[in-house]
Ligand binder design. Structure first.
Ligand SMILES: [Zn+2]
Length: 546
């Protein structure tokens, strides 16, 4: 009898709390959806037209949307419901978890936020205004990159590299103050530091991320050592010096984040007479994920005032999906349109029966993974052959070089992303340590590039992401790893060839396994349900290791 009563009272408590959550969601959606939509639309218009009025409207809409989550009563209510542990229905519980995190991030003292924005703006201006002074000539970042990429004169390379690094001392103290300020904010919300807060609020456990970065490091270290040897020989020959005399400025870009062009295939020439939009549309249609509705709302070509890059946006999570591009007939834009439409189909083919909060990507890096999966096709000879861009003979001719270039690029990038992740984590854990030395310790360990003798400069501060796009870089590498995990799963379990039904099965895999679940599950659970395994570095390693 007693047991029955307890059960009954529990159920009734659960019902009551779940009703409360349902009511919360109703009023939340009524207020938040219009703000979300206006913010997305205004930003779209601003990026298309570039007029001051459009940007003013966009800023206003974005502030209105962000401010919505500062509501203290709403947060208190979510906190109570969370603490009760009585919201058990999985769909409601998941929304509670996500909304709690969104409102938690909104609870930062507005004075602290404005101070952070002010500090970021000042640093941003210093980066914007900085030009590398090389013998009295002021050079932009692009000009520095140009010298590093093309010059073979050791003296010129060193001047360009050192000249660019002079931004470090101009911003390093500001960045350390900003890092400490961000830590104060994180501690006010109950986190140890800002790095931990950023990851946890986005649904990532820092220990999970570190574990997977460790896994990737151990799977690729041997292969990277070998490849680094080949790269060093290539550069030693290029500059006519001994391998032991190679310095950080000999690696063709400021951070050794891109691979040298040891294996080169001129992909652009294959796309000169092609229409990347038509190719992408035909391909997505062949896998059963037509993109006509997305393209109809998109803005695809260059025009005055328009944003020169590319992005994809989900205006209402109800079918209004668009991409902004500046398409030209070359391999870069072929990759980009496939990439952006990858984001696009993720949004467009979501499950409309899920509530608004769950009609989103499982994580920023899972949509990046889908976009990368499709973007990579642009330089995949088998895909180019399938699409009729090259014949079988040409495919066979370029396959090895194309694959080697891909491997090299990925391996080099993965080591660089290791540096960024480990440096940021350690810096937020202890901003008072010797950061100059920490940076070079990590660079030497993961990129195997030696610090120039006696150098004690804030070289870490010269990467703008450290200051202005904090604690996000690791997601680029997680996206690449997941793209490879998708590829491996598709090859072994989804498609057997390139028949019509194989292609449809490929689209169906993404639609039902990845897109429709939205944020219904934590990202690692989604990946496990879709591919049979949690996120692992092993498929990426297999693809990039010889
Ligand atoms: Zn993307």
């Amino acid at each position: 009898m007693l047991l029955m009563t307890m059960l009954w009272s529990c159920t009734s408590k659960q019902e009551k709390m779940e009703k409360r959550m349902n009511d919360f969601i109703s009023s939340y959606e009524a207020a938040a959806i219009p703000l979300y939509k206006e913010s997305a639309l205004a930003s779209w218009d601003a990026n298309i037209t570039g007029t001051p009025e459009a940007w003013a409207r966009s800023e206003k809409a974005s502030v209105a949307y962000i401010s919505f989550y500062t509501n203290k009563d709403a947060f208190a209510s979510l906190k109570e419901m969370k603490k009760s542990e009585m919201v058990k229905d999985p769909i409601l519980a998941r929304q509670l978890e996500l909304l709690f995190n969104m409102y938690l991030a909104g609870q930062i003292d507005t004075i602290l936020i404005s101070k952070q924005v002010r500090m970021e703006t000042e640093i941003s201006q210093k980066f914007t205004n900085f030009r590398a002074d090389i013998n009295g000539k002021l050079l932009s970042d692009n000009e520095v990159e140009d010298i590093l990429r093309h010059s073979v004169s050791g003296g010129k390379l060193q001047e360009a590299w050192e000249g660019h690094k002079m931004i470090g001392p101009l911003v390093a103290d500001d960045i350390i103050r900003l890092v400490k300020h961000r830590n104060t904010i994180a501690q006010e919300l109950g986190f140890n530091n800002y790095h931990q807060m950023s990851l946890e609020l986005s649904g990532q456990d820092p220990e999970d991320v570190t574990r997977i970065f460790d896994e990737l490091d151990s799977l690729t270290r041997g292969s990277f050592i070998k490849l680094k040897g080949e790269i060093d020989n290539y550069f030693a020959k290029r500059y006519g010096i001994a391998v032991s005399d190679l310095k950080p400025w000999h690696y063709q870009n400021r951070f050794f984040q891109e691979a040298p062009e040891i294996y080169s295939v001129d992909f652009d020439k294959y796309y000169e007479k092609q229409d990347p939009v038509k190719l992408a549309a035909d391909y997505y249609s062949s896998i059963g994920l037509p993109v006509d509705a997305i393209l109809a709302k998109s803005d695809l070509y260059e025009k005055p005032g328009k944003n020169q890059h590319a992005f994809s946006t989900d205006i209402d999570r109800a079918g209004d999906v668009r991409t902004l591009d500046n398409i030209r007939p070359d391999s870069y834009w072929m990759n980009t349109i496939l990439h952006e439409l990858g984001h696009g189909v993720y949004s467009y083919y979501n499950d409309m029966s899920l509530p608004f909060t769950l009609r989103d990507a499982a994580h920023a890096f899972t949509t990046e993974a889908v976009a990368n999966y499709f973007g990579r096709l642009a330089t995949n000879p088998a895909w180019m052959n399938y699409m009729g861009i090259i014949d079988t003979e040409e495919m066979e001719k370029i396959s090895d070089d194309a694959f080697n270039a891909f491997r090299l690029q990925q391996l080099v990038f993965s080591r660089w992303a290791q540096v960024m992740y480990r440096f940021e984590k350690s810096m937020y854990e202890d901003p008072d340590q010797d950061l100059n030395q920490l940076w070079w310790d990590i660079v030497e360990k993961y990129q195997m590039i030696k610090k120039p003798e006696g150098r004690d400069m804030p070289d870490w501060a010269t990467k703008i992401h450290i200051a202005l796009y904090p604690c996000y870089y690791h997601n680029y590498l997680l996206g690449e790893m997941l793209a490879s995990q998708f590829t491996a799963y598709i090859i072994t379990s989804v498609v057997k060839g390139d028949t019509d039904s194989d292609m449809k099965a490929l689209g169906e895999f993404f639609k039902t396994g990845v897109f429709m679940p939205g944020t219904r599950y934590q990202w690692n659970d989604m990946i496990e349900k879709a591919t049979g395994e949690k996120l692992t570095a092993k498929y990426y390693a297999e693809q990039v290791v010889n």
